[in-house]
Design a protein around this ligand. Structure first.
Ligand code: 5AD
Ligand code: FES
Length: 345
């Protein structure tokens, strides 16, 4: 076990492998700049200067689950629920493809209104626009995942949220860590690109458990890892947390880049919610993906997983061009390809 920042970073850069205690050391260090510049260098070397844009369509905020941290949880009666009909979703996807997006991400709460048949048909239609399709619709059975894959879905996003079983059981009632891990295994088996990730700064979450999360994400191994700082939502029963979840999220992201140099890592929207420059900062600490919102303006504010989400009054077109300009401002550029993970051995 090495225990000074320079040697740990050297090892990470050379071997892309660290043990749990070394990861913990990096999580605890105050020398963030060294970690961030190492991650930025590795990002440049392995995935280059292109930034992949994924158009996010939040098509329903109905959810049968009751995650304590989440603003669209079933028991939150204070939000207005909406659900788009398949043709609206397909039209939005077409619009996004016309804006030059090469990936469409379909995201919703766990909404049983959308049957396997409905989702499969949507995927099939959207694939005609020459885009990659990512699903982010929660826990399903193997057979359902299989049907979506057959319909043409390329990627699946399912954050593990935390691998700390006690924390998981407390925050995600009626769900189980074991089942979520099984879902990720199923997704992997079916040949999807696997996207997962965690939230950081949850009340009761320890740095030790985050180090374990990182080891878990590498063990899958994920093709994409999204790290979101936890943001307290007043409509939820969870308590506030004291930690600086923005900095911690950046650190987790940077460590993941060092350990999995060729994966896709988004600069998450939650980061920008906590810091007006959050996504550009993240893109310079290891990230290479941004997921701009392509949901129509009138629905956006109701998809309130956490408060203060960015661009609530903007249109899909506005977000598309705004983000491209921001990316150019740091001498990077929006990719024109579908942005699959290119595995580099
Ligand atoms: N703060 C930040 N992120 C959250 N998510 C859910 N609730 C919150 C919150 N309060 C994240 C979860 C989920 C993703 C869609 O949003 O990680 O997987
Ligand atoms: Fe379902 Fe959050 S409780 S998406």
């Amino acid at each position: 076990m090495i225990n000074d920042i320079t040697s740990i970073l050297e090892k990470a850069i050379k071997l892309h492998s660290l043990n749990e205690r070394e990861i913990l050391y990096l999580l605890k260090t105050e020398k963030n700049d060294k970690l961030f510049s190492a991650a930025d260098k590795i990002r440049e070397e392995y995935v280059g200067d292109e930034v992949h844009l994924r158009a996010l369509i939040e098509f329903s905020n109905y959810c049968k689950q009751n995650c304590l941290y989440c603003g669209i949880r079933k028991d939150n009666t204070k939000i207005i629920r909406y659900r788009l009909v398949p043709q609206e979703i397909i039209n939005l996807a077409k619009k996004a493809a016309n804006y030059g997006y090469k990936t469409i991400v379909l995201q919703s709460g766990e909404d049983l209104y959308y049957t396997v048949d409905i989702i499969s048909k949507m995927i099939f239609e959207i694939k005609k626009f020459d885009v990659a399709v990512t699903l982010s619709i929660g826990e399903k059975t193997f057979e359902e995942y299989k049907a979506y894959r057959k319909a043409g879905a390329d990627r699946y996003l399912l954050r593990i949220e935390t691998t700390d079983e006690m924390l998981y059981d407390r925050l995600d009632p009626c769900m189980s860590l074991k089942n979520r891990m099984n879902c990720l295994e199923d997704i992997k088996k079916l040949g999807y690109e696997v996207g997962s990730g965690i939230m950081v700064g949850l009340p009761g979450q320890t740095l030790e458990s985050i180090a374990k999360d990182i080891v878990y994400l590498k063990s899958i191994p994920v093709d994409m890892a999204g790290i979101g700082p936890f943001i307290y939502h007043p409509g939820t029963p969870i308590e506030k947390s004291e930690c600086n979840s923005f900095d911690l999220a950046l650190k987790v992201m940077a460590i993941l880049r060092l350990l999995m140099p060729d994966i896709n890592i988004p600069a998450t929207t939650a980061m920008e919610t906590l810091n007006p420059n959050g996504r550009l900062i993240a893109l310079q600490c290891g990230a290479n993906v941004v997921m701009p919102n392509a949901t129509e303006t009138q629905y956006r504010r109701h998809y309130e997983i956490y408060p203060g989400k960015i661009c609530p009054g903007d249109s899909p077109g506005h977000c598309r061009f705004c983000i491209e300009n921001k990316i150019k401002s740091i001498n990077r550029y929006a990719a024109k390809n579908k942005g699959y993970r290119r595995i580099i051995n």
